[in-house]
Design a protein around this ligand. Structure first.
Ligand code: NAP
Ligand code: 8YV
Length: 328
């Protein structure tokens, strides 16, 4: 039987490519000289797509060129790089990679929080610049006694909260609704949470409902000693408002793993001493990225074995039925 034809618009890891090559006819779009002509040629046959945020957004325009598509397996738990509603409307299942990265992202978040408050990168730069013999590094703010507000107490938010419990800090959260069985204090709005917090950590999905959820009003409520940590998506924070708030002392500092226009970072942030900037590395360890890649492969294999995909996103869950694939 012919192998199902799969399209990979942008490169995933070698391990994923090797695994998909074994089981599918894998088309590597990024290696084509004329991608448009290639898509016109193979697009009508493609039944599966292995997507990453590097490929831009898989939207209706993409889907129009892939009329036989059955499944989009996206690399990452956030799937703002796929128009899942447009996919659902065409009967296309979308999968993401939840769960396998929760602890890794939570570890990184705690590291970023401590790095921001205790100015760890700045202290390292101070030593490397040979400035220590001339005097001590300036004293930093502290995590001690801080109240931490988590915007988005989902799988990763809870993993962050569990770690914070060991730091003896007060923990509160905001989401669209209060969660049963959660003892942390709930706030109905991000502004109310920020007003009751000294640190706000954003870890919600990026979508139209969360765009600029952290705006000027939230930053004003956080206050001059307050610190924002964003490990969610750049779109969740009004970046212009954040730059202004850091410049005029509305808040005290920020630790940012994500930005509105990645990989571009506002030059104003680069010049600030009270921010720590990371290149979207929340899940970026060898082991965790391998686990995420394996889940992309496993979703595609399950689907084309005639089983439901393993981790369909909510928008396409009802389409995800055993034997529902059309490839023959
Ligand atoms: P999850 O388990 O689905 O949790 C998402 C949380 O966000 C839920 O608690 C949800 O609570 C809340 N939420 C959703 N929409 C909201 C809204 N409009 N307003 C307020 N709260 C809202 O997702 P997860 O696995 O924890 O991942 C969360 C996000 O983290 C991903 O989507 C991704 O964007 C980001 N992420 C970043 C990195 C990185 O490298 N920096 C790595 C992994 C993930 P309610 O339903 O109660 O509102
Ligand atoms: C990935 C992420 O690095 O899972 C997510 O939502 O943001 C990260 O783990 C990213 O999606 C890879 O492109």
């Amino acid at each position: 039987m012919a192998k199902p034809p799969i399209l990979m618009p942008a490169p995933l890891s070698d391990g994923v490519v090797v695994a998909l090559d074994e089981r599918f006819t894998l088309h590597r779009l990024w290696q084509q000289d004329d991608r448009d002509a290639f898509l016109t040629k193979v697009g009508p046959d493609i039944v599966g797509l292995a997507a990453t945020t590097l490929a831009g957004t898989i939207d209706a325009t993409w889907l129009d060129r892939l009329p036989a598509l059955e499944i989009i397996a996206s690399f990452g738990v956030g799937y703002d790089n796929v128009d899942a509603k447009a996919a659902a409307a065409r009967g296309v299942v979308v999968t993401n990679t939840p769960g396998v990265l929760d602890d890794e992202v939570a570890d990184l978040t705690i590291g970023l929080l401590l790095a921001t408050l205790r100015r760890i990168p700045q202290a390292d730069a101070f030593v490397r610049a040979g400035r220590w013999p001339s005097g001590p590094f300036p004293l930093s703010p502290t995590l001690r006694g801080r109240r931490v507000g988590i915007v988005g107490l989902g799988a990763i938010g809870k993993a962050i909260a569990r770690r914070l419990e060991a730091f003896d800090v007060a923990i509160a959260y905001h989401g669209r609704s209060r969660q049963d069985g959660v003892a942390y204090c709930y706030y109905e709005t991000p502004v109310a949470l920020a007003a009751a917090s000294d640190v706000v950590i954003a870890i919600v999905p990026g979508n139209s409902g969360t765009r600029h959820l952290i705006d000027g009003a939230v930053l004003a409520a956080l206050g001059p000693e307050g610190v924002l940590i964003n490990v969610a998506r750049g779109s969740v924070v009004d970046e212009a408002a954040l730059v202004a708030a850091l410049q005029d002392g509305t808040i005290g500092g920020a630790g940012l793993d994500v930005f509105e226009d990645e990989p571009r970072v506002p030059p104003a942030l680069l010049a600030m001493p009270n921010v720590v900037l990371l290149p979207h590395i929340g899940s970026a360890s060898v082991a965790t990225r391998a686990a995420m890649g394996q889940l992309v492969v496993d979703n595609l294999v399950a689907w084309f074995d005639g089983r439901p995909a393993l981790t369909p996103v909510p928008e396409t869950r009802t389409l995800n039925r055993a034997g529902a694939h059309r490839f023959a």
